[in-house]
Design a protein around this ligand. Structure first.
Ligand SMILES: *Cc1c(COP(=O)(O)O)cnc(C)c1O
Length: 387
C-alpha cells in the first residue's frame, strides 16, 4: 500500500479514498465481498487478488486504504476489535521486553497488559504520562515501547506526543498512540513523530454504535510487514461486513466530529457553572490544565468529557438514572449520547487502588456527547442534575 499522494483534503479522502474500486459493475459503494475463499482460474494463474479472507479481502482493503490515508501512514490492518489491534502490537515484543504505559489507559488495555501479556513475559510500568520526568525515570535499557493514550480515559488528560515520541526514540524504543478518542480528524499522531497508531474503530471512526472493530496504522515498512504478518498468522482481521460498516461510517467522520464537539463544548460550559458539579474535565475549556497543549497538538477537542459531582456515588447514581437522552452504557463515539459511571462500568476491570491513583473518584461521571442538538442535551442533563 502506498502513501496517499493526493492533495485532497481530509473530508474528501474520508468519502473517496479506497472506494470506487468496482471494475465489474461500477458500483458507487464498495461491495461486501462476503466470501471466505477466492477461485483460481488456473493453478498456474493463481487467484486474482487475495486467496482467503483471513489474509485479505477487497472490502477490508478498501477500509485499510482509507484509514491509512486519514492518519497519514503507509499501511493499515483492520482488526476484529480495538483490543485485537492493541494485542497485535504487543506481539511485536519478546519476553523480557519492557513497556511504559500511562496509568490512565482504557480499562481493557490495562487488563490485557497486566493479565495476559505480563504472563507471556512482557514487563509493564504504569506512570503518570503528564509527568515526562516520571516517564524518563521509568525507561530502562530493556524498554521497547511507550504506550500513549491521549486524551486519556476517562479524565481527558493529555500527553505531549512530540515530547514522548522523542523520549522513546532516544531510548531506542517505539511509541504507539491509541488515537480512539480524537480520531484522525482532530489528532494525527504521526505528525508528532509517533511510530504506530491504534484505534478502536468501534468508536468515532464507525460512529454509529453498530460494530466492534479496530485498526493498526503504521508508517515504517518493517512495522507494516510485521503487523500484516501477525494479523494473518494469529487471525485478528475484521470481517468483510464489519469493514463495510466502518467504511460507511468514516465517510461522515468530519461533520460528525464537528457536531460532537459543538455539543461537548456546550455541555462542558453548562456543567462548569453548575452548583452540584465539582470539576469538569474537557480539554476545550480554558480551565483544563492542558488546554494550551490541546490547542497545539489537536485540531479540536472532541466529544468526550467527564465531571465530578458533589455527593459521590449516591448522587452520581441519581443523575445517571434520571437522564432520558443519555443512555447508561459503556462505549463512546456514536451519534447518540451516552453516560456512564467509570468505577462500576468502563473502569471496573481496574483495581480500586489503581483507579483512585489515576484520579477516578466516586463522583466521576463520563459522558460521550452525541450529535443531538446541544440545547436538548443541556436541558436533559440539567433536569438530571437538579432532580
Ligand atoms: C473501546 C476502546 C478500546 C478497545 O476497543 P474494542 O473495540 O472495545 O476492543 C481501546 N482503547 C480505547 C481508548 C477505547 O475507547
Amino acid at each position: 500500500m502506498n502513501p496517499d499522494p493526493s492533495p485532497l483534503r481530509f473530508e474528501t479522502r474520508c468519502v473517496h479514498t479506497g472506494v470506487d474500486q468496482d471494475a465489474a459493475f461500477g458500483s458507487c459503494i464498495t461491495p461486501i465481498y462476503q466470501t471466505s475463499t477466492f477461485r483460481w482460474e488456473t493453478l498456474a494463474g493463481g487467484p486474482k487478488g487475495p486467496d482467503y479472507t483471513r489474509s485479505g479481502n477487497p472490502t477490508r482493503t478498501a477500509l485499510e486504504t482509507n484509514l491509512a490515508a486519514l492518519e497519514g501512514g503507509i499501511d493499515c490492518r483492520a482488526t476484529a476489535t480495538g483490543m485485537a489491534a492493541t494485542s497485535v502490537v504487543m506481539h511485536l515484543f519478546q519476553p523480557g521486553d519492557h513497556i511504559v504505559s500511562g496509568t490512565e489507559v482504557y480499562g481493557g488495555t490495562y487488563r490485557v497488559f497486566t493479565k495476559v501479556f505480563a504472563n507471556l513475559g512482557l514487563e509493564f510500568s504504569f506512570v503518570d504520562m503528564r509527568d515526562l520526568d516520571a516517564v524518563r525515570r521509568a525507561i530502562t535499557p530493556r524498554t521497547k515501547c511507550l504506550w500513549l493514550e491521549t486524551p486519556s480515559n476517562p479524565l481527558l488528560n493529555l500527553t505531549d506526543l512530540a515530547a514522548a515520541a522523542t523520549l522513546a526514540r532516544d531510548a531506542g524504543a517505539i511509541s504507539v498512540c491509541d488515537n480512539t478518542f480524537m480520531s484522525p480528524y482532530f489528532q494525527r499522531p504521526f505528525e508528532h513523530g509517533v511510530d504506530i497508531v491504534v484505534h478502536s474503530t468501534t468508536k468515532y471512526l464507525n460512529g454509529h454504535s453498530d460494530v466492534c472493530s479496530g485498526a493498526v496504522i503504521t508508517r515504517h515498512p518493517e512495522h507494516a510487514e510485521k503487523i500484516g504478518y501477525l494479523v494473518n498468522a494469529i487471525g485478528l482481521a475484521c470481517s468483510p461486513f464489519d469493514a463495510w460498516l466502518v467504511l460507511r461510517g468514516v465517510k461522515t467522520l468530519g461533520p460528525r466530529m464537528e457536531a460532537h464537539q459543538r455539543g461537548a463544548m456546550a455541555v462542558a460550559r453548562m456543567l462548569e457553572k453548575h452548583a452540584v458539579v465539582e470539576r469538569v474535565y474537557y480539554p476545550g475549556l480554558p480551565s483544563h490544565p492542558h488546554h494550551e497543549l490541546a490547542t497545539r497538538q489537536m485540531t479540536g477537542f472532541g466529544g468526550m468529557l467527564s465531571f465530578d459531582i458533589k455527593g459521590g456515588r449516591d448522587k452520581a447514581e441519581r443523575v445517571l438514572n434520571r437522564t432520558k437522552l443519555f443512555a447508561i452504557a459503556v462505549s463512546l463515539g456514536g451519534v447518540e449520547s451516552l453516560i456512564e459511571y467509570p468505577a462500576m462500568m468502563s473502569h471496573a476491570s481496574m483495581p480500586p487502588a489503581a483507579r483512585l491513583a489515576a484520579g477516578i473518584g466516586d463522583g466521576t461521571i463520563r459522558v460521550s456527547v452525541g450529535i443531538e442538538h446541544p440545547d436538548d442535551l443541556i436541558a436533559d442533563l440539567r433536569q438530571a442534575l437538579e432532580g
